[in-house]
Design a protein around this ligand. Structure first.
Ligand SMILES: Cc1cc2nc3c(=O)[nH]c(=O)nc-3n(C[C@H](O)[C@H](O)[C@H](O)COP(=O)(O)OP(=O)(O)OC[C@H]3O[C@@H](n4cnc5c(N)ncnc54)[C@H](O)[C@@H]3O)c2cc1C
Length: 611
C-alpha cells in the first residue's frame, strides 16, 4: 500500500487526542522518518482485567492465542470441552494458512514432515465401489505446486485433531498452562492459561471491559467463575454462544444439506487403497449406498465417511456402529474384517456470515466459524478462520500496546467480512460443482432434497411417520437403480452418454477442485487499515471456483508477494529467504520496500504483518 496513505488512513479513523513522538527505529538507514502516535486506552490499569479473553480452543482460537502471545499480548482461552475431539473434520490446509503457520516457529514445516506423502492424496477418485470400476479420477496437483514460486510453502493434508495437538505444543512452548477445571484455584487469570471444561454462559459489556461468566464442574456441581477482559474474542464455532449473547445475526442460506459423518479405522482398507488407488476423497455411487470417503491417512487406515442424512424420517439411531459398518462394506464392495467405527456425528451444512464481526464498541469480536459457516467444499472453513486470526492479532496488539486507536479493531471487520462473504459464495459454488457428478449420473441431489421436503412439509406430511420413511427409502432405492451395472455401461445408450458427459466434466475441470490459488493467495482488502490506491481499485471479481493462476500484486490490500531475497549483511552466503520472512511475527512493525536507485520502480510499498 502507499506508505504515506497508510499513515493518513489512521489519522482519519481515530478521534482520540494523540501524543506525538518520533519513532526512530524505522530509520536505520536514514531513508525515512515517520511519526508514531501513542494512545492510552486503559485509564486505570487494573491487573484483574485481562487484556484479551478468547472463548473456544478450536484451531482458530488456538492460532489467535499463539499469535497474540508471540506479540507480547496477555490472553487466556476458555474451552467448554474437558478434552479435545479426535474427530478429524478439516484436513486441507491452503497455501495462505501454511504461510501463517510458517511464521509460527516452523509449524508449516512440521506439518509438511508429518503429513502423508503428497502422492497419496493428490487425487479425487470417483467410483461405483472402492474395489469396483473407477468412473474417473482428477489429479489436483500440478508441477508448479511443488516449485515454491508463488509461496515459500505448499498446501497440506493434515487432520484437524493432529493440527490441534501441534498448536497446543506451540502454546506450551510459549509457557501457556493447559489447566483442567479441578486443578484451578480462584485467583484472577494473569494470561497464558487455557482453561478446559469452562463454558462461557453469560457476557456483560460495560464501558471499559467485558465481564464473562464461565460455568465449570467442581466437585460434582456446576460452579460459575467471572472473568473481566478488555477484549473478548468469540472463536467458539458455528453455534457460537458469544455471537448469540452479543445479539449478532447470521445472514445467508441455512440447512443446505444434512449429513452423517462416520469416523473409522481400517488398516486393511488403507493398505488396499494405498496400493491400488491412492487418493484424498473417494466419491462412491452404487445401488446400495452413496457416500464420500475422506482418506485422512491411508498408512494409518484413518477415514471419515460422509453420508446424506434425511431427518425426521431418518434418525441418528439409524446409523448405529453396526449399520455404519454394513454401509461401509457396501461402499467398499468386499469384506473387510478390521473396520473399527470410532465416532458417528450428524452435521448440517450452512452458508452464512455474521452481520457484524465486531460489536460493543470494538470489545466483542467474532472469528472463525463463529463469524462464518460454509459448506466444506474447497476447504475454506478453517482456512478462512486462521486467516481471520492472523488479521486480528496484530490489530489487537497495536491497540493494546497503545500504537493504534480502538478503531483499528473495526478494520478487522471491514477487511475480513467481505472475504468471508466471497469465500461463502465460492464454497457454495464448489458444493454445486461436487453435486454435478451425481446429477450427471441421474442422481440429482436437488431432486432428492425436494422429494424430502415434499414428504416432510408438503403433501407427504399427512402420512404416518413410518410410511413417510418407507416412501423416502423407496424413492431413493429407485434413484440409486440408475447406478446399476446394467444401466451404467458403455453398451447402454443412456449409460454411455452419461459416462461420456462425466468424462467431459472431469476433463474440463468442472467437478470439485482442491486448489484455488487465485482466491487463496490473490485475495485483496479493498478498504480497512489501508488507504486504497485510487488507480488500482478494481471491483472484486465474483468467485469463479475454477482454477486460475495467482497473479502476484502489490496493490494496496494484497498479500505481500513472495520472492526469494538475499540479505546484504549475508552477502557471502547464497542462502535466500522469502520476502514474507522479512515481516516479524513478534512485533507490530511495518516493512518498507524501497526501489533500488538504479532501477526505477514506481513507488515504495509497505505492508503490515504480511497483509
Ligand atoms: C466434514 C468437514 C470437513 C471439513 N474440512 C475442512 C477442510 O478441509 N479445510 C478447512 O479449512 N475447513 C474444513 N472444515 C471446516 C472446519 O472444520 C471448521 O471451519 C473449523 O473447525 C472452525 O474452527 P473454529 O476454531 O472456528 O471452530 P471449532 O473448531 O468449532 O472450535 C470451537 C471451539 O469452541 C468451543 N466452544 C463452543 N462453545 C463454547 C462456549 N460457550 N464456551 C467455551 N468454549 C466453547 C468448542 O468446544 C470448540 O472446541 C470442515 C468441516 C467439516 C464439518
Amino acid at each position: 500500500m502507499g506508505f504515506l496513505g497508510f499513515i493518513k488512513g489512521f489519522s482519519s479513523v481515530y478521534r482520540a487526542k494523540p501524543r506525538i513522538r518520533a519513532y526512530p527505529s524505522f530509520c536505520q538507514h536514514g531513508h525515512c522518518y515517520i511519526q508514531c502516535r501513542t494512545f492510552s486506552h486503559f485509564k486505570d490499569h487494573d491487573d484483574s482485567v485481562l487484556p484479551v479473553l478468547i472463548v473456544g480452543a478450536g484451531p482458530v482460537g488456538l492460532v489467535l492465542s499463539i499469535l497474540l502471545t508471540k506479540l507480547g499480548i496477555k490472553c487466556s482461552v476458555l474451552e467448554k470441552g474437558k478434552s479435545f475431539s479426535h474427530h478429524p473434520q478439516a484436513h486441507f490446509i491452503n497455501n495462505r494458512s501454511m504461510e501463517v503457520f510458517h511464521k509460527l516457529d516452523g509449524l508449516a514445516e512440521e506439518i509438511q514432515r508429518s503429513q502423508p506423502p503428497v502422492d497419496l492424496w493428490r487425487k479425487f477418485v470417483y467410483c461405483t465401489s472402492l474395489t469396483g470400476p473407477v468412473l474417473g479420477s482428477v489429479d489436483h496437483m500440478q508441477p508448479q505446486d511443488f516449485e515454491k514460486v508463488v509461496s515459500p510453502v505448499c498446501v497440506a493434508h493434515f487432520s484437524q485433531y493432529k493440527l490441534i495437538r501441534l498448536l497446543l505444543k506451540k502454546l506450551e512452548d510459549l509457557n501457556f498452562l493447559i489447566c483442567k477445571p479441578e486443578g484451578l484455584n480462584d485467583e484472577p487469570f494473569r494470561g497464558g492459561e487455557l482453561l478446559m471444561g469452562h463454558e462461557c454462559v453469560k457476557i456483560n459489556a460495560t464501558g471499559q471491559s467485558v465481564n464473562v461468566t464461565a460455568s465449570h464442574l467442581k466437585e460434582g456441581k456446576y460452579t460459575e467463575r467471572n472473568i473481566s477482559c478488555n477484549i473478548l474474542v468469540g472463536t467458539d464455532g458455528a453455534a457460537s454462544t458469544i455471537r448469540k449473547l452479543a445479539g449478532i445475526e447470521l445472514r445467508g442460506e441455512k440447512d443446505l444439506q444434512k449429513l452423517v459423518s462416520v469416523h473409522f479405522l481400517s488398516r486393511d482398507l488403507g493398505q488396499y487403497l494405498l496400493n491400488e488407488r491412492p487418493g484424498m476423497l473417494f466419491f462412491i455411487f452404487n445401488t446400495e449406498a452413496i457416500g464420500v470417503l475422506v482418506a485422512h491417512d491411508l498408512k494409518q487406515g484413518e477415514f471419515v465417511l460422509q453420508m446424506p442424512f434425511y431427518p425426521p424420517q431418518q434418525s441418528l439411531d439409524d446409523f448405529s456402529p453396526e449399520t455404519c459398518k454394513q454401509l461401509i462394506l457396501k461402499l467398499v464392495g468386499q469384506e473387510l474384517s478390521d473396520i473399527d467405527v470410532i465416532d458417528i456425528k450428524p452435521w448440517v451444512m450452512h452458508a452464512e456470515v455474521a452481520e457484524k464481526f465486531v460489536s460493543c464498541d470494538n470489545r466483542i469480536i467474532l472469528a472463525g466459524d463463529a463469524a462464518h459457516r460454509f459448506p466444506p467444499a474447497g476447504g475454506f472453513g478453517m482456512n478462512t478462520g486462521i486467516q481471520d486470526a492472523h488479521n486480528l492479532a496484530w490489530k489487537i496488539a497495536a491497540f493494546v500496546k497503545g500504537i493504534a486507536p480502538s478503531s483499528i479493531l473495526h478494520t478487522y471487520e471491514t477487511e475480513r467480512r467481505p472475504i468471508a462473504i466471497f469465500n461463502t459464495a465460492l464454497s457454495v459454488q464448489n458444493f454445486r460443482a461436487a453435486m454435478a457428478v451425481p446429477a450427471t449420473l441421474g442422481l440429482d441431489p436437488t431432486i432428492a432434497n425436494s422429494v424430502h421436503q415434499t414428504i416432510t412439509d408438503g403433501i407427504g406430511s399427512i402420512l404416518p411417520s413410518g410410511l413417510q420413511r418407507a416412501v423416502l427409502d423407496g424413492i431413493f432405492t429407485i434413484g440409486r437403480a440408475q447406478l446399476s451395472e446394467f444401466l451404467l455401461n458403455e453398451k447402454n445408450l443412456l449409460g454411455s452418454s452419461r459416462l461420456a458427459k462425466l468424462r467431459r466434466l472431469f476433463e474440463e475441470g468442472k467437478s470439485l477442485q482442491l486448489q484455488f490459488p487465485a482466491e487463496d493467495l490473490g485475495f485483496r482488502y479493498l478498504e480497512g487499515a489501508l488507504i486504497p490506491d485510487s488507480d488500482s481499485v478494481r471491483a472484486q471479481v465474483p468467485p469463479t471456483g475454477r482454477r486460475r493462476d495467482y497473479i502476484p500484486s502489490s496493490d494496496p490490500g494484497s498479500r505481500l508477494p513472495h520472492m526469494n531475497v538475499r540479505m546484504l549483511s549475508n552477502s557471502f552466503s547464497e542462502a535466500c529467504i522469502s520476502t514474507l520472512d522479512l515481516l516479524p511475527g513478534d512485533k507490530v512493525e511495518f516493512l518498507l520496500f524501497i526501489a533500488p536507485l538504479e532501477k526505477v520502480l514506481p513507488s515504495c510499498r509497505c505492508c503490515p504483518e504480511g497483509g
